[in-house]
Design a protein around this ligand. Structure first.
Ligand SMILES: [Zn+2]
Length: 168
């Protein structure tokens, strides 16, 4: 059975930055495999395109440019806000405004989102709302562990059940 639409794919991968020798971003080796239903829009389209037609046991190695993954880094997604915005009972909590810290925020409509502290000035903080992987070229190596038909419940839920997927 080969990877095509509506198949469940379980695979192990190692994700590095730019090339196979690049900085390690994440890996499933030694953990549960990644499980997903192919062709239902869960994954980066280029990621799926590179896996099409593979079968259990096949290895893969391919790169995806940032623009085709999580997007280019966007300078306009840097927003300067007053430090006073983070005050709780008149005081900014210790350790909150630290460069690189990811801060959970809520907008006026109650939507939750995250901003990363990019830089800190005297009275203001520059928050970065880019995706953490924006501007990063991705490189995947790994192997396909399982290709099987998705069962009706999996197709209905849009995710894999059991190993590599949801346990419910
Ligand atoms: Zn489910």
């Amino acid at each position: 059975m080969v990877i095509e639409d509506k198949k469940v794919v379980l695979l192990h991968y190692t994700l590095t930055q730019g090339t196979e020798e690049g900085e390690l971003i994440e890996s499933t080796e030694g953990r549960e495999p990644l499980g997903f239903i192919y062709g239902v829009g869960m994954m980066i389209p280029d990621f799926e395109a590179n896996l099409k037609g593979l079968k259990a046991g096949d290895k893969f190695a391919f790169g995806i440019k940032a623009a085709d993954a999580y997007g280019e880094y966007d300078e306009s997604a840097l927003v300067e806000v007053p430090k006073s915005m983070f005050e709780m009972e008149g005081k900014i909590p210790d350790g909150l405004l630290v460069q690189g810290n990811v801060i959970p925020l809520t907008d006026q409509q109650g939507n939750r989102f995250q901003g990363k502290v990019h830089s800190i000035q005297l009275e203001t903080v520059m928050l970065d709302f880019n995706h953490p992987m924006a501007g990063v070229d991705l490189y995947f190596t790994g192997h396909v562990e399982t290709v099987r038909d998705a069962d009706p419940a999996e197709l209905e839920h849009g995710h894999v059940h059991g190993p590599g997927g949801h346990h419910h």
